[in-house]
Design a protein around this ligand. Structure first.
Ligand SMILES: [Zn+2]
Ligand SMILES: [Zn+2]
Length: 330
């Protein structure tokens, strides 16, 4: 283009790309599949449409049921689109496949805290050394005595710290602090009982968290090889009201969590909280603004899984309406 330099041309190209993506999302009936995930289908187990997503070949209505669309798009409120199954008449909210894929990646990342082959392109990467042979073999020790392993897939050798507590001065208090934490003792009381300061307590909580993840990862990596014919899982969810996080913003934060256990043994697969500490709220808001996310209804957004500033404002407006004449402090 004449009259503009390269950086301006790049900027315009990015804007045009966003606009194209936005137009495609805006015209779609249901959110597009993302990395093989498509959850917008009928959930009634004995319905012919169970597990079958919409294909856009169908017409709105036809005498021939095979040509009729499987689902009708209905609304359950502003920005709350539903699909209604034309076979069983059950309706369900549309969900963002992209948001689900992002959450799957986040939760899968948590489960890979254990030591494994460091080469990301290796087939053993993600499988902990605790599995032993035939994936890894013990390969002596490093000069400072840390154990070393050899990966049997790519032949690389790697080591780990001798013990997880090698830099801790009060490692004998870990067990006591873990016990007090899981028995729900208040943080200040734990500091008094264990005779440590708040900084040491928070460091120990991070350490215990890492150890628990590594423990769960090493056990669950064995799951694919266990002779399980069919796994029956029980799922429950719970909300936690957490105190305000900043002195100038005293809103209580409610975190939701889902817990999944094996029905037969009671083994807990984890309690997953809807909190992602890796995100920067300002950067997310800016990206949502740049990619015109706000103009779409939530299931079609790039940032569908995040609680945005506009969601918060809408929620405050809804609560204010529920209390006659009431205002909401924030
Ligand atoms: Zn159905
Ligand atoms: Zn390897």
């Amino acid at each position: 283009m004449p009259g503009i330099d390269q950086s301006e041309a790049d900027f315009i190209a990015v804007i045009e790309l966003h606009a194209q993506e936005h137009a495609a999302k805006e015209s779609a009936r249901i959110p597009a599949a993302f990395e093989g995930i498509q959850v917008n289908f009928c959930k009634t187990p004995d319905c012919v449409n169970f597990g079958v997503p919409e294909d856009d070949d169908g017409v709105k209505w036809s005498r021939d049921p095979a040509k009729t669309r499987r689902y009708a798009k209905v609304s359950a409120g502003k920005d709350y689109p539903h699909l209604r199954c034309n076979a069983c008449k059950a309706s369900f909210p549309l969900k963002s496949n992209e948001g689900i894929a992002q959450e799957v990646a986040r939760l899968a990342g948590e489960a890979k805290a254990d030591i494994c082959c460091p080469d990301e392109s290796c087939s053993n990467h993600g499988f902990p050394v605790g599995l032993g042979k035939p994936l890894y073999s013990s390969f002596g020790k490093t000069a400072i005595g840390s154990p070393r392993w050899k990966c049997m897939a790519c032949s690389k050798t790697f080591s780990a710290p001798k013990t997880a507590t090698h830099r801790q001065r009060q490692s004998h208090k870990n067990k006591l602090i873990f016990t007090l934490l899981v028995n729900q003792m208040a943080m200040r009381r734990i500091c008094e009982v264990a005779e440590i300061g708040p900084k040491a307590l928070y460091d120990k909580i991070d350490f215990i968290h890492r150890q628990c993840q590594a423990f769960a990862a090493s056990r669950e990596a064995m799951l694919p090889n266990l002779p399980i014919r069919r796994l029956y899982l029980g799922v429950d969810r719970q909300d936690y009201a957490v105190n305000w996080t900043q002195r100038d913003d005293r809103r209580n934060v409610v975190l939701s969590s889902a817990t999944t256990v094996d029905n037969e043994t009671g083994y807990c697969f984890g309690m997953h909280v809807n909190f992602d500490p890796s995100l920067d709220p300002t950067a997310v808001e800016q990206d949502a603004h740049d990619s015109l996310d706000y103009r779409l209804s939530p299931p079609f957004r790039k940032h569908a899984r995040e609680w945005m500033e506009s969601d918060y404002r809408a929620s405050v407006a809804r609560s204010a309406k529920l209390v006659p004449g009431g205002t909401v402090a924030c």
